[in-house]
Ligand binder design. Sequence first.
Ligand code: IPM
Ligand code: MG
Length: 355
Amino acid sequence: MKLNVALLKGDGIGPEIVESAVEVLNAVGKKYGHEFSFTPYLIGGIAIDTYGEPLPKETVDGCLKADSVLLGAVGGPKWDSLAGNLRPEKALLGIRSAMGLFTNLRPAKLYPALKDECPLRADIVENGFDIMIVRELTGGIYFGERGYRDGKYGEEAYDTESYSRMEIERIAKVAFETARKRRKKLTSIDKANVLETSRLWRKIMHEVAKDYPDVELSDMLVDNAAMQLVRNPSQFDVIVTSNMFGDILSDEASQITGSIGMLPSASLGDTKRGLYEPIHGSAPDIAGQGKANPIATILSVAMMLLYSFDMKKESDAIVNAVDKVLEKGYRTADLARGKTPLTTKEMTEKIILEI
Ligand code: IPM
Ligand code: MG
């Protein structure tokens, strides 16, 4: 198959990790007879520096033309003082929304080889864990009305959370379908004891559940969920939650896998075209030093092969290669703990060797 992938390298470590993932895709293409071509576009801080805006129209058009999109990371101290609508992060929200990517899949599993890197006690992770977080991605407080106004006590800022029935129903369906293909257990996380949006969320989750009698649905309040993730992570199979709760809980889930440098993500909408990115940020402190862990981005292209291109065996080849490299004890700096770490390039080469 011939496929075109739009590359949004972004800022900080973005270019290095995207480069690694491209090399891995090329290796897969060579082995399985596919031809991947790549078209780069600017996003984030680098786009601000070049065009004066974080998400140029050319980038959006390019992504909508491509078969799929791979993104590194955006942002850095250089652009931190810009107004909210001009910040690099705004581009991330903009591209998710422009591509209609309302589903964000963030798998967090404990690799047996990384058990010692997990910050939780050995008896807590004895049975490992394998969680799929389904995060709603184009609604909620990230996209609600916001601004500044004169309030009761003077200057005041506000952001609003709103969710429509349509938005909740469609993410619910994705979550139930996802659970159906796994261990058939879905936990819906909300704050229904306080928030009206959460009460509508919970009601609709239970309505949709009637179409999925084979999936066991339970509700959990978000504060409790934050606690349960470190108390007993193996209780979770699929988690479905709102945009902001998903943002927070997925960082927590990533840390108990050993390193945030391990977690890939897939953002999906109604078509096969998705956007794939590591869940970590641009890590400006280590940019350009060859220290970044490329695994989250490499696993993100494994998700691209699976979800956008229906290439299961090719996707498995990457996942298995990462498993093998970790089992052999190779580690980048984030996971090295005293051992001599591999550079980004060396880690990429080790993974390619196993493909
Ligand atoms: C993420 C990031 C983004 C988000 C930021 C950079 C806008 O934290 O993808 O998790 O909050 O969605
Ligand atoms: Mg985040």
